[in-house]
Write a protein that binds this ligand. Sequence first.
Ligand code: KIV
Length: 312
Amino acid sequence: MSLTNFPGSGASPSSPQLPKVTMPALAEMKRQGKPISALTAYDYATSRLVDEAGIDLILVGDSLAMVVLGHDNTLAVTVDEMLHHTRAVRRAVRRALVVADMPFGSYHGTVAEGVANAVRFIKEAGAEAVKVEGPRIDLVRALSEAEIPVVAHLGLTPQSVLRMGGYRVQARSLEAARQLRADAHALAESGAGLLVLEGVPREVAAQITAELTIPTIGIGAGPDCDGQILVFHDLLNLTFAPAAKFVRRYADASGLIRTAVEQYREDVEHRAFPSDAESYHLPGRKAAPSYSEEVDAVVNRDALQDLGEFGA
Ligand code: KIV
């Protein structure tokens, strides 16, 4: 196989010839001081739009448990469900780096089990990196040794919701900030290629970002990280809940969808959809110019008899 012509390196319809984003490319962006854009996505259509919009990294986040599957937290989603969504995303994406979130329970046992599950995301779903929450130094080292790029995740780690007793900003005390900083260094030294910092004070994220050579991606961690990530559904107001402080709503997809669906329902109820122009016709039968003629055509017994198979 050619080194420069591999599946996934092809051009997307609207962004021809864009080079594939890789972990080393993201590290280079940090070196050059270029901000990294990242977003979650969970299915083909939205991933394709996100990719074609030029987002650098797409995370198939376990947040899908909440925003796609309707669970109260991220704990219930399974490896098989995450694989299913990661495959759909991978089919859509041409340019962005596709990262799969390892779900709760898939790396909390032995390191060997964690590596085996991570391998599934690479082999069976086409992920290009996996993300794990917490300072799992041994696991990150083992994944790196197994040639699996790792995105680490510190701060407010949603899979720790039961231990944390809710979703709270982390590393607010000096002691906790020091621990976070030490964990971040240890993860980078163990081979993590990126570090997501979630729900931590801006000052703490800024210091870690300045000290690490690997890029930091912030979510609720202020503007000084090397990149930013948001949950797709937060960005578009699709979460049915008030937004957290760090979320900026860039559009109101809820409103758009509600209006469109209500309009469709009304059109169906008033027989305004489909129109004749939106209907197929028998050969030789032209589209009716008016609604009443359409109705006539539909009930016209002669026309039905012409069809033979429907004839009375
Ligand atoms: O699952 C998720 O969406 C995440 C975030 C970093 C956004 O882990």
